[in-house]
Design a protein around this ligand. Sequence first.
Ligand SMILES: Nc1ncnc2c1ncn2[C@@H]1O[C@H](COP(=O)(O)OP(=O)(O)OP(=O)(O)O)[C@@H](O)[C@H]1O
Ligand SMILES: [Mg+2]
Length: 230
Amino acid sequence: MNLKSSEKYAPAAFEDLVFPSPTVERTIRDYKDGHTTENLLLYGPPGTGKSTIARLIPALVEPNYCPGDVTVYHCGIFRKVEELQNKIGKQIPLYANGDRRYLILEEVDNLNVHAMQMLKSIMDIGQKVDALFVLTTNEVDNVSKPVIDRCEKVYVGLTSPEHWLSRARSIIQQETGNLLSDDQLLQIISTAKGSGRQTVKAIQKYLARRARHQVAQISPASARQKEDVV
Ligand SMILES: Nc1ncnc2c1ncn2[C@@H]1O[C@H](COP(=O)(O)OP(=O)(O)OP(=O)(O)O)[C@@H](O)[C@H]1O
Ligand SMILES: [Mg+2]
C-alpha cells in the first residue's frame, strides 16, 4: 500500500462521497439523475471534496462519457487574459459536434478581472455547444457575479466525524477485513476537524500504525522460522 498517495481513497462513485449537507447531496444527485446539466460552482474550505466532486461530474452525468471530452484547467496558470482565450475561448466553438464537453476550472478565483469577463463570454458560447463548466474555489468572493450567475452555486462545507462513519468503516474493512464500531472509528477520525482530506490522512495513519504493529508482532516468529530453516 502506498501510504503517501492521497488519491488512494478518492471517491470513484457517487456512493463513495461524503456529503456535508443534504443540500450538497441533493444537488449532486440531480446531476446523477439527469435532472440538471447546469454549470456548477463548488466553493468552500480546503479539503472538503470540491475537486473530487468536480472530477466525478462527467461520470455522473454520462456513465459512458469519453475521458477525452473532459479537460481540467488550473486557473492559476492563466496569467493573462489571452492565455484563457487561447486555451479555452478558441476551443469552445470547435466543440459543436454534438458531444457534451466538460471543462473543470480549478481555483477559478485566480482569474483577474479581464479574465473573469472573458470567462463570462466563454460560458455563454459554451451553452450553445453543450459545454458543462464545473468551477471550484476557496474564495467565492473573488469570483465575478456574472460568472456565479451562470452556475448552480453550492457550498461544500466541513463535515462532522459522524458523516464519515460509513466511508471510514468501508475503507478500513477493505484494507484490514475488520469491522470497527462507531466509537472506534470516531477515535480515529475525530481529529480531522471537518476536512475530508484530513480525515483520509487520519485513516491512513491508523492503517500504517496497525500495519507496523502487526509486523512487530509477527517478526519474532518469522525470525524463529528463519533460524529453523538455517
Ligand atoms: N466529501 C468527500 N467525500 C469523500 N472523500 C473526500 C471528501 N472530501 C475530501 N475527500 C478526500 O480528500 C481528498 C482531497 O479532497 P479534494 O481535493 O477534493 O478537496 P478540495 O475541497 O478540492 O480541497 P481544496 O479546497 O484544498 O482544493 C480526496 O482525494 C478524497 O480522498
Ligand atoms: Mg480542490
